[in-house]
Design a protein. Structure first.
Length: 288
């Protein structure tokens, strides 16, 4: 498909004559289908775009040509909106990794049903931070969770997720080890785990967890996560100031939050203590 020079002296590739003819023919085919008013040709047009995604560099050459880009900007959006669900799904799967995909089309697919939108949200290089932030405000919880799971999530999107304060989305973010979560953001997640049980495990296993955050987290997690924390942070099991905080948290308001709920949602250890029967607390009767 391409002719190569010496691998050492000429590493660049040069399109062959056959490749150029193939690109021109495919471009003409797409434009011909676009000019047709027939319903079946509109579907064939979408499928032709789908097939192009498997054509490697040839696809990028076709899709980057002026006439095809003009076509995509003018009628392709309406075609996608009217297309059958299965075609939209196939199109989303094929376009998920395409850097040449039109931004408007990618954003429409990202707002589609979650089964269609998932590969786009997860992988599309066309989606930028403002697009992802918009999904957090306009899309469903399922879409927001996929945004939180996206690899290499940038600081603006992480900040937006923390501001939304949605438990399921926060949990997905805490489990995304590729997200750009700094010390301040991780502190927010650890503090939120006091009320959101599902956050505790990903926070306890996060590689950015510090000694101070581990000590704070230790106060309200269950026994299994405490063991994980003490095995990772050796000094956390030693007696120190944090133990006074633990005792204070238990006595500040009676049982307090830690007494009402165990570290991972289980009943607290001291919650089931037996009380003396009421009769045994009455004063002894005086002898007559």
């Amino acid at each position: 498909m391409f002719s190569y020079g010496s691998e050492q002296n000429q590493p660049a590739t040069i399109p062959s004559k056959e490749t150029g003819l193939s690109v021109a023919a495919k471009t003409e085919e797409i434009l011909s289908l676009a000019r047709s008013r027939a319903v079946q040709d509109r579907e064939r047009l979408l499928l032709a775009i789908v097939d192009l995604c498997d054509a490697g560099e040839g696809a990028e050459a076709v899709m980057s040509s002026g006439p095809v880009q003009a076509l995509l900007s003018s009628i392709f959006m309406s075609l996608v909106v009217e297309a059958e669900r299965d075609i939209r799904r196939r199109l989303a799967e094929k376009l998920a990794a395409a850097p040449w995909a039109p931004a408007a089309l990618i954003n429409v697919l990202a707002l589609d049903d979650i089964e269609i939108a998932r590969p786009i949200i997860s992988s599309s290089p066309v989606l930028q931070d403002p697009d992802l932030v918009r999904l957090l405000t306009e899309a469903t919880i399922e879409h927001q969770i996929e945004v939180a799971r996206r690899p290499n999530l940038g600081p603006p999107v992480v900040t937006a997720i923390l501001q939304q304060n949605e438990p399921a989305v926060l949990t997905a973010l805490a489990g995304n080890l590729a997200a750009q979560i700094g010390p301040a953001e991780l502190t927010t997640l650890v503090q939120a785990s006091r009320r959101i049980v599902s956050l505790r495990s990903p926070c306890a296993h996060h590689p950015g967890l510090t000694d101070d955050l581990a000590r704070e987290l230790y106060i309200w997690v269950g026994q299994a996560l405490r063991q994980a924390l003490t095995s990772r942070f050796r000094r956390i099991g030693a007696r120190g100031p944090w133990r006074h905080r633990l005792g204070a948290s238990r006595t500040a308001g009676g049982l307090g939050a830690r007494g009402r709920e165990g570290g991972d949602g289980a009943p607290a250890a001291g919650q089931a203590r037996h009380r003396r029967p009421a009769a045994s607390r009455l004063p002894a009767a005086r002898p007559a």
